[in-house]
Design a protein around this ligand. Structure first.
Ligand code: XMP
Length: 328
């Protein structure tokens, strides 16, 4: 497509004033493109789709139909935040789809990482397609494509783009931030009033916690991961220098633990939770930042005392290469 090249003269958007001018311009452009038609958007709650949603709400209000699919692999509090920000605060037309059972049933017993990714991707398209068909007069599909996606072109972020929809659902695209870099998208998001926790969110893979619940996903181990991950994000996120990405993984192994019941030691099997924190510029290589030992101990104590089924906390100090950032 033409218009996919950032003009050399285009100024980098670094200030609220420049963001304001961009927003005004895009609001006009969106209104011109869309007229009185309806636009559909898969709203994950990630930075790019959230900024596109806020921009379209400003431009066309309820002509935008946002679909938030909860595949059960989101982090703690994420679906609630999407509903709070977009439905309650911005009065958006938001369809919340609870597809948790559908995804987890399809994933049951599947341990191969690529197979898991394929199932999650394919099911996402199916759920989104069903919602698209329920709306009868959609004319456009909005997407949070950003400039690095166009430059890299080989679908690094295919999860953001709802490619793979059948031919009769090939809507015209609305991609208002496609010429922007990530830092500019964040400046726009701030100017549109999105909360910092959304605008400065760390990268999160499309298959979500699915690639961190290592091996075949079970609901109880997934729940333990979600709870432990929330603790790790709260603690490590409070450091003066927050790492680029920090989260938990939970392998499909159990080890012996000991519990005291009425003064009697009893052996039992429990899971190990792994803390992962990395710094990187481009995710191609990654280093491991120092985390104060007192913080690691606090994370351990909070996880062990509150997360059911976990009896060990480990810290992954592997660099990339040779280890990847994610466990799968
Ligand atoms: P790795 O594990 O390959 O991760 O070192 C590099 C970066 O990519 C993210 N990642 C993914 N993002 N879908 C995504 O959208 C995926 O399947 C996926 N796998 C890894 C990872 O979180 C890290 O930021």
């Amino acid at each position: 497509m033409e218009n996919n090249k950032r003009p050399e003269t285009m100024q980098r958007i670094t200030t609220p004033e420049l963001a304001g001018a961009f927003i005004e311009e895009q609001v006009e452009a969106i209104r011109r493109q869309v007229g009185d038609k309806k636009v559909l958007l898969a709203l994950s709650g990630g930075v790019d789709s959230s900024v596109v949603a806020a921009l379209l709400i400003k431009a066309i209000g309820k002509q935008l139909v946002c679909v938030h699919v909860n595949h059960g692999l989101l982090r703690k509090g994420e679906p609630e935040q999407v509903i709070e920000v977009f439905r309650n605060q911005m009065d958006a037309n938001l369809i919340y789809v609870d597809a948790i059972d559908r995804f987890l049933d399809k994933l049951a017993g599947v341990s191969d990482p690529e197979q898991k990714r394929k199932i999650i991707g394919a099911e996402f398209i199916r759920v989104f397609e069903e919602e698209a068909r329920r709306q009868d007069d959609i004319a456009f599909l909005a997407q949070g494509t950003i400039y690095p996606d166009i430059l890299e072109s080989v679908g690094v972020k295919a999860h953001h783009n709802v490619g793979g929809l059948p031919d009769d659902l090939q809507f015209e695209l609305v991609e208002p931030v496609k010429l922007l870099y990530k830092d500019e998208v964040r400046v726009i998001g701030k100017a549109l009033g999105l909360p910092d926790s959304m605008v400065y969110r760390q990268p999160f893979p499309g298959p979500g916690l699915g690639v961190r619940c290592v091996g075949a996903i079970t609901r109880d181990r997934l729940e333990a991961l979600r709870e432990a991950d929330a603790i790790v994000r709260e603690e490590i996120g409070s450091l003066p220098e927050v790492p680029w990405q920090y989260f938990c993984a939970i392998p499909d192994i159990q080890s012996t633990g000991i519990k005291y019941v009425d003064g009697q030691g009893q052996r039992y099997m429990g899971w190990a939770v792994i803390i992962r924190a990395v710094n990187t510029v481009d995710a191609v290589t990654a280093s491991v930042p120092e985390i104060p030992f007192s913080m690691l101990c606090r994370i351990r104590d909070r996880i062990i005392s509150t997360v059911d089924g976990v009896n060990r906390v480990l810290w992954d100090i592997s660099e990339k290469p040779v280890a990847t950032i994610e466990w799968e």
